[in-house]
Write a protein that binds this ligand. Structure first.
Ligand SMILES: [Mg+2]
Length: 126
């Protein structure tokens, strides 16, 4: 399969996920973001977008390290990188066909685990 065919297939998959989700039920601003993500995916391709996501995660790590390790007052940069990461996480969810319902279930399980750890004096992360 050529790169163009692969990209067309991936776009078809993304649109399929959105269609199953009920495109007409998605809020207007979210629809506009998804349209932009689809255009970015078509223009740069899946691999590039995944690499951008990894890059944005690294940029957030860097700002957090500066803040903690070097005691920099970089609140605005941390906020900037959180925004970048949130945008890329949304794109990753779309690219991998991970729907909000699935994410909500996973987050709920992890929050329950965190609740147990926080509320039990002897539990720690491991
Ligand atoms: Mg960034």
């Amino acid at each position: 399969m050529s790169k163009v065919q692969a990209t067309k297939r991936q776009l078809h998959d993304i649109r399929g996920v959105l269609w199953e989700k009920g495109w007409w039920m998605v809020k207007k601003e979210q629809r506009e973001r998804f349209n932009l993500y689809i255009k970015a995916h078509a223009k740069f391709g899946r691999t590039k977008q995944v690499l951008v996501a990894i890059e944005e995660l690294a940029e957030l790590q860097k700002e957090l390290l500066k803040n903690i390790n070097r005691e920099k007052c970089n609140r605005d940069m941390v906020a900037e990188e959180i925004a970048d990461v949130q945008i890329m996480l949304e794109q990753l969810s779309l690219m991998y066909g991970i729907e909000e319902v699935e994410m909500a279930g996973r987050i709920e399980k992890k929050m329950e685990r965190l609740r147990l750890i926080v509320e039990c004096e002897h539990e720690t992360y491991s």
